[in-house]
Design a protein around this ligand. Structure first.
Ligand code: KIV
Ligand code: ZN
Length: 491
């Protein structure tokens, strides 16, 4: 059975506290969602602002395959704004719970129904597809919901949507509620679940079991408060655990997750299901041993299926076999004696209470095998200017050794470290597409001369390296860490 995916990353997702996308950011995300195969893109709420309308217009002009939708209240002025943006459909939302009707709208059930139906009629007269949505539906009288949707159908609504606005469903209640509604309503019904109790994915899947045929989701589960049901979790759980298909090209999930994370500036937690960097990472010796024999021992799905990758993390729990497996994955050949030496050093490192970053492992391998990792790009010069009332600026001169090219760039930043890293990234942008995923800094010691330890995580495609560098100078530590990571990622 097929389930449709209605993506609201650009509307509910953009309501994440602190997130604001430019029209071009919205367009970039919409293109990716379309490539991913979502059925509907809720591009925003046209009435919100001029910038929002600009973003929606850019998307509707793009000629994507997905249906492009705008959120609207049951007001002609909202529908007119959506029409101005040339959308295919409106997500027409009416609050239906006693608390929302009484305190937010100050309207009776009868008045809400009348306003909703008039708005549906108005939208239909103007040729729009209408998804009639009940806000706070899970705290509403179910008979009122059924009446609203059935009356809505009579005036032309095309779909109905049940919103668990404050995330209070449980999987059991969700299945029962959607069963009751779909048994009494002819319209195709959508589920819109929030994650206040961490149940959004489970509740969405249960809604499908109850008869929902479309799921509202956001990439990475971004959204108001604890967020919405996450697209990658819902799609993968529906497919693997329940046997439902969607039009989503699952191997693109990881890539889209990272694009949304970068543009919304919300990091993906490492332990996030499906798209987290630890979702397929293994450290414990027993686990890695099992994986080597058969990956299904500790992986319920293949990482490639969702565009992610397996990672072996070395630490004090790692066994010799894990180390050998990781070295094989890195394409490094060692004999038994070398393997033992590397293994001893990895254990010593782990006993110091530190995890072993990729750069640490490279350093150990270098020491034991007595060979250098070839330096492909070298930092020749770095100048940083910063102070009071000036925008920090940095310039770098790099030597791309293989091609014998000099790369010179200048960049601004919010601080001197940001400026320096931006300059390096700008300089190598023509050589490789390397992104800085994470930057952490720790001071070792308490004075102004404390040793600074910087950890950076860099990504090229799905390949990630983590490098740690210490120096008394934070700019030097940061740039050296970035340069080493770049060299590790360049083929
Ligand atoms: O969660 C919700 O109820 C919503 C509606 C406003 C559609 O996002
Ligand atoms: Zn919502």
């Amino acid at each position: 059975m097929m389930v449709r995916i209605f993506d609201t990353t650009l509307r509910d997702g953009e309501q994440t506290p602190g997130v604001s996308l430019t029209p071009n950011d919205k367009l970039e995300i919409a293109r990716k969602l379309d490539e991913l195969g979502v059925d509907v893109i809720e591009a925003g709420s046209a009435i919100t602002s001029k910038g929002e309308r600009e973003g929606i217009k850019l998307i509707t002009k793009e000629g994507l395959n997905a249906e492009i939708c705008s959120f609207v209240r049951a007001l002609p002025v909202d529908i007119d704004a959506a029409l101005e943006c040339d959308v295919d459909s409106v997500h027409l939302v009416v609050p239906t719970s006693p608390i929302h009707m009484k305190y937010k709208l100050r309207k009776t059930e009868k008045e809400v129904l009348e306003t909703a139906l008039k708005a549906v009629e108005y939208a239909k007269e103007h040729g729009l597809i209408v998804e009639l949505s009940a806000e706070d539906a899970t705290r509403s009288d179910v008979n009122f919901l059924i009446k609203l949707f059935n009356e809505g159908e009579k005036v032309g609504a095309d779909r109905a949507c049940v919103c668990d606005t404050v995330g209070i469903l449980t999987p059991q209640k969700s299945q029962e509620l959607f069963k009751k509604i779909t048994e009494n309503v002819n319209l195709p019904v959508s589920a819109h679940c929030h994650n206040d109790f961490g149940m959004a994915t489970a509740n969405t899947c249960s809604a499908v079991l109850g008869g929902a045929v479309q799921c509202h989701v956001t990439v990475n589960g971004v959204g108001e408060r604890a967020g919405n049901a996450s697209l990658e979790e819902v799609v993968t759980a529906l497919k693997i655990l329940y046997g439902y298909d969607t039009n989503i090209k699952m191997e693109k999930l990881y890539e889209v997750s990272r694009i949304v994370s970068r543009l919304m500036k919300i990091p993906v937690p490492p332990n996030k299901a499906i798209v987290g960097d630890n979702a397929f990472a293994h450290e414990a010796g027993i686990h890695v041993d099992g994986l080597i024999k058969n990956t299904e021992t500790y992986e319920p799905i293949k990482p490639e299926m969702v565009g992610n990758r397996r990672r072996i993390i070395l630490g004090k729990h790692s066994g010799r076999k894990a180390l050998k497996y990781k070295l094989d994955l890195m394409g490094i050949k060692v004999n038994d004696d070398q393997l033992n030496k590397i293994y001893e050093k990895v254990k010593e490192f782990g006993d110091l209470g530190k995890y072993i970053s990729d750069a640490d492992l490279f350093a150990i391998i270098r020491e034991v095998l007595g060979k250098e990792i070839e330096e492909k790009i070298k930092l020749d010069e770095l100048t940083v200017v910063s102070g009071n009332k000036i925008t920090p600026i940095a310039s770098v001169k790099l030597h791309y050794i293989g091609e014998d090219i000099t790369l010179i760039e200048t960049a601004y930043g919010v601080g001197p470290v940001d400026a320096a890293i931006n300059a390096v990234r700008k300089a190598i942008s023509g050589v490789a597409d390397i992104k800085l995923e994470e930057y952490r800094v720790e001071a070792i010691g308490g004075g102004t001369d404390a040793l600074i330890e910087v950890t950076v995580k860099l990504r090229k495609g799905t390949e990630i390296v983590e490098v740690r560098k210490s120096d008394a100078d934070i700019i030097r530590a940061s740039v050296n860490a970035v340069m080493e990571g770049i060299n590790m990622l360049l083929d």
